[in-house]
Design a protein around this ligand. Structure first.
Ligand code: SAM
Length: 257
């Protein structure tokens, strides 16, 4: 029997590049690995985990789903289980933001033009992961807010472009989740953390001003963006440091046409 995916993993599955090899890193129970393998849409599906226990669970899930022969399970740390260029999409779901970027940093072939798409569902610190990705030359193809088991998650897809960007605090907090109908709920959840974040930020600093205007309910850049059809370029917000926003993947693709 095919496992049921929660909203997080369903959204992640939708962001996998079709028709190309995919790896589910930190696969644990193996539900996503099984659904991807059973779909028959990908020439190679790899499920990997750091620990043998989860990998044994994944093997059982594949067996129940009747697709054990359509996926490979690998034991190891992060992307060390892959050879460079072996897959076109890497899913990193359910690990912390820090574990996510540490895994990416250990595999330099990922941060290279033409590298794989990263589909990420951080368990914690969404804002910090957005910042890390922008500051390390990645551009977002998607940033979708979803609710699962009563919690908010952001399902992100990013690809390396080499263009480093210095995001504002608000951009890190919301990403482009405001493009989705669920964006308001996600923004409210993120804003609820602001009073705690404000503690320890020196009064009068640019960050304090930005947090204070968000707390005062003034529209933030990201949260106030109108819902746009997918792939349509976003308006160019001005950042704290006056840098223009780098192009989205959709804009880059449109220019290349
Ligand atoms: C909470 S589970 C997430 C399972 C699934 N991806 C999901 O989102 O439902 C996290 C899994 O990541 C694995 N993990 C943590 N660090 C890892 C690493 N560096 N490399 C591979 N797997 C890792 C853990 O062993 C665990 O099975």
């Amino acid at each position: 029997m095919l496992p049921t995916l929660d909203a997080r993993l369903s959204a992640a599955a939708e962001l996998v590049r079709p028709g190309e090899p995919v790896a589910d890193i930190g696969c644990d129970h193996g539900k996503l690995t099984a659904v991807l393998a059973a779909s028959g849409k990908y020439p190679k599906v790899i499920g990997a985990d750091l620990r043998p226990g989860p990998l044994a669970k994944a093997e059982q899930t594949l067996e129940y789903a009747g697709c054990k022969d359509r996926a490979e399970l690998r034991l190891g740390d992060g992307l060390s289980v892959l050879s460079p260029g072996e897959v076109s999409t890497i899913v990193l779901a359910g690990v912390s933001a820090q574990t996510t970027w540490e895994i990416i940093e250990k595999a330099p072939w990922v941060s290279a033009p033409g590298g794989p798409r990263l589909v990420m569902v951080p368990a914690t610190r969404h804002s910090d992961l957005r910042r890390w990705l922008w500051e390390h030359g990645f551009a977002f193809a998607a940033d979708r807010p979803v609710q699962a088991a009563g919690r908010w998650y952001a399902v992100m897809a990013a690809e390396y472009t080499g263009r480093v960007y210095a995001p504002t605090f608000a951009e890190c907090l919301f990403g482009s989740t405001g493009e989705w109908p669920e964006g308001k709920g996600y923004a409210d959840w993120q804003k609820a953390k602001l009073p705690r974040m404000r503690l320890g930020v020196p009064d009068g600093s640019a960050l304090a001003q930005e947090i204070d205007s968000l707390l005062a309910g003034l529209p933030s850049q990201a949260a106030s963006r109108p819902a746009l059809p997918k792939g349509e370029p976003l308006a160019k917000p001005v950042t704290l440091r006056g840098l223009p926003r780098p192009p989205t993947l959709g804009e880059v693709a449109a220019r290349q046409r």
